[in-house]
Design a protein around this ligand. Sequence first.
Ligand code: GDP
Ligand code: MG
Length: 379
Amino acid sequence: KPPILVPDLAARLGLKPFNIMADLIKIGVFPAPNQPLEPDIAAKICEIHGFTFEREKRDKDKGFHKEVEVIKEPEAPKQEPEDLLKTRPPIVTIMGHVDHGKTSILDYFRKSKVVSGEAGGITQHIGAYQVIHNDQEITFLDTPGHAIFSDMRARGADITDIVIIVVAANDGIMPQTLEAIKHAKKAKKTIIVAINKCDLPSSNVDRVKSQLAENGLQTTDFGGDTEFAEVSALTGKNMEDLLELIALQAEVLELKANPKATARAAVIEARVVPGRGTTATVIVESGTLKVGTPFICGPYAGKVRSLINDRGAAIKSAHPGMPVEVIGFEELPNVGDHLTEMKSEREAKSLASERQEAQRLVRLKPQHRNRMEDLYSMV
Ligand code: GDP
Ligand code: MG
């Protein structure tokens, strides 16, 4: 087998040789100039840059040989062909101050608006659910808005399209409301304000609107562009209007995805369910997730054994924007991890073990740094 040389590896990875040298030093390898790399070391370097390492046979016909072949997790294509894109449902997160009615709004929709019009409401709690409004699906994330929002953002899996900021009309803007506004604005989300508890005699809608304006959210009736609804999650007043606003904003956003692309989904919840094992709720971002699909998710491989929708029914496939519980994880994934379809179980497993190895190396580093700090503090 041909030797693996630093300049060759660098070229394959699209890097300069000194980048590779820096990586080698970080993992504690100090090769002499022109000294070939061991395959496992080369594999670690590839992993650092998101590649897996494989050797390939000589290609005599073309007169050259490839020393490394790279398999990468299929990435979400930056630009999908226009004709393959289909409208997908908006993904909505509800945020606001404690007790202003986040849970009540989610519960109201969950009970009153059910996909396919079944009676009884959505009983299964999988961290998200869908409602149908005028033949249009809307996906609500049903997890503590704030936590999921920052967790997912930190992991680059920010799937929310629209943020509903709930403000109780009797209470007005409170610290967590401001926090929510700040987060939503920073993330450049479409914001809709739900002024809730309008049934209460102590409610003061005008005060809420001027407080909103003071915080950069001028409502449309005050000459601004922030859409709002004056609702009551208790009586159901104007709750249809709120759905209509979501549907309209979704149309403005022109949310699209390619259902035929490589399946990719974001984990929003993960848990171990007795009798079922490790399960996670994901929101499909692109492609169609099907039973039987091998996948990689964070550092673990898996295969979709079954899919369960928000009403507890087993389904065969899930399209973009749909929340679905996936059974078939090797280990508990992290919220915000991406599940990506792989060509084969073999490829998924190989990428998984590379990632675990890289994680192991990364975990060793902080310990080392701590020790160095201890040393310095003694001086
Ligand atoms: P969360 O902390 O934002 O999730 O708020 P909850 O949904 O748990 O609501 C807090 C309290 O406000 C509960 O006692 C609800 O019954 C009550 N509540 C929620 N929405 C309304 C509403 O529209 N009108 C009235 N009067 N009470 C409401
Ligand atoms: Mg709540």
